[in-house]
Ligand binder design. Structure first.
Ligand code: FPP
Length: 234
């Protein structure tokens, strides 16, 4: 029974900069290769019948990086979808986003919204890109909207977890089963705080641009070997 395929895998794609530096390349080359890895791992997750893959592409803290790097990261969605949209569609992959995209340049927003719109009927893997996303921010926005709904008598004051979850950006998505962080860092970095409540955490020293199908399978096998008790006994 525990040999189950995880429904939702979330990944903190760390180590792009270090990968590039090791090769004498600019940091942006690491992000470019990282985008290629997203494509590869999305196809692999789809082949393995995983329902959702959420990747942390841009955090609310990433605006603090040098302007040149931020500019490049803002342009990556365009590059990514121009290059891979046909393949994502062929594989029946649905694209979604988590985060406040309004802060991105108009062109980036359009690319993102178009990718979601053009794939919304697809029934395969949901590839969810977290962009300008922060877990605390998501919870605060949900709390604000809930309070507003209570004041306007659109919601009951008797709040439960399921109702609160429906106010999050991730509404309609299952909780995270496996949380992977690459490149040796052992932190959650404000990623999916609510949704990771019962996730199994898997860390690898591999830098994100080098992450591949065999690393993914290793993570799935490790997840299957873990004893998930959700606080109970077995
Ligand atoms: C962390 O590595 C990675 C990021 C902050 C950006 C991740 C983005 C991508 C992989 C591409 C996004 C693509 C699309 C299509 C949205 P780091 O730069 O912090 O690495 P370091 O710790 O080695 O410096």
């Amino acid at each position: 029974m525990e040999n189950k395929i995880p429904k939702h895998i979330a990944i903190i794609m760390d180590g792009n900069g270090r990968w590039a530096k090791k090769r004498g390349l600019p940091r942006t080359a690491g992000h470019k290769q990282g985008a290629e890895t997203i494509r590869k791992i999305a196809i692999a997750c789809n082949d393995r019948q995983i329902k959702v893959l959420t990747v942390y592409a841009f955090s609310t803290e990433n605006w603090k990086r040098p302007e040149e790097e931020v500019d490049y990261l803002c342009k990556l969605p365009k590059f990514f979808f121009q290059r891979y949209m046909a393949e994502l569609k062929k594989n029946n992959i649905q694209v979604r986003f988590l985060g406040e995209i309004e802060r991105f340049p108009k062109e980036t927003q359009n690319v993102i919204l178009t990718a979601a719109e053009e794939t919304k009927q697809n029934t395969g893997l949901i590839l969810c890109l977290a962009v300008n996303y922060g877990g605390r921010r998501e919870i605060v926005l949900a709390a604000k909207q809930y309070a507003k709904d209570v004041l306007e008598e659109k919601a009951s004051q008797d709040l439960d977890e399921q109702t609160f979850a429906s106010y999050l950006m991730s509404k309609d998505m299952p909780d995270v089963d496996v949380m992977i962080r690459t490149s040796g860092e052992l932190r959650l970095s404000n990623f999916l705080l609510w949704q990771n409540a019962y996730a199994e955490f898997i860390f690898t020293d591999t830098a994100w641009p080098d992450f591949d199908e065999s690393e993914l399978d290793k993570a799935i096998t490790e997840y299957q070997a873990r004893d998930r008790r959700y606080g109970g006994l077995k």
